[in-house]
Design a protein around this ligand. Sequence first.
Ligand code: AMP
Ligand code: FE
Ligand code: FE
Ligand code: ZN
Length: 289
Amino acid sequence: MSDRPANGSADLHLHTYFSDGTFSPEELAAQAQRQELQAVALTDHDTVEGCAPTARACEAAGIEFIVGTELTAEQDGHEIHILGYGIDVQNAKFLGEIGKFQAVRQNRIREIVQRLNQINVPLQAEAVFTLANCRAPGRPHVARALVQAGLVGSLDEAFERFLKKNRPAWVPKFKMSAANATELIHQSGGAAVMAHPGLNRSDEVIPAMVEAGLDGIECFHTKHSAATAEHYLQMADHFHLLVTGGSDCHGFSKGRPLIGSVRLPYERVEKLKARVAERRAATVRHFPE
Ligand code: AMP
Ligand code: FE
Ligand code: FE
Ligand code: ZN
């Protein structure tokens, strides 16, 4: 008999300090335990670096851990985030491909800093890399470095004055296509899920993503209203997609930790795990070592 609660719930969208969150793996596991979550997934941006340590911390805390990542992609000019669940984190092709996107992120930090320097904001790229201390640094790390150096008063000020689109230090990011991201996840034995579709309301790209093999859609998310969640539940039904959900908690970086504020019934986790098992089996057939 399982010692897990019968009606457990999960939070399948979480970040640690291996991307732009603030939680360590141990903090994430402790917070998950406080929230009495049965299962959690780690979905750091463009990396799986945090998966092994978070799996260990969750195991020690008696919480089921699901491997994940959140790939930044693009479809018809829309930035789309694609969650990859259950991927084999040792897969050489997967690590090689996300390595390229990690290099893109690192070069982008250097460009952002150059632009800041051009407008006499004396930040150094090394200060950002030291603070980020991970392979997939992003604008939130630049914002924190600016606050730390006393060059702005807050993270919001950093984005408003310098970092958001069309501000002086904004640098676009090269992204893979949504179809390539989906294929990359599949060939690594994972299931591909469209993250927070309600954030950019890019519904028109969904049919093409379904065509490319999308497995699921994140209906429940901190920034989805009940009506938005209902809208995407209907969409999932229409396209026969799996339903997932998560808080998108970034730890303490954006105020109170959100972990556990969005709870996915465990039955939905089981369906996701079944799909991952199918994808794994297909990988063995189509991409033998
Ligand atoms: P990047 O992947 O480097 O483009 O950075 C994206 C991250 O920056 C996401 O995690 C966002 O939550 C965060 N972000 C974007 N815009 C803002 C903003 N105006 N204020 C604070 N954080 C932001
Ligand atoms: Fe983020
Ligand atoms: Fe996202
Ligand atoms: Zn996220």
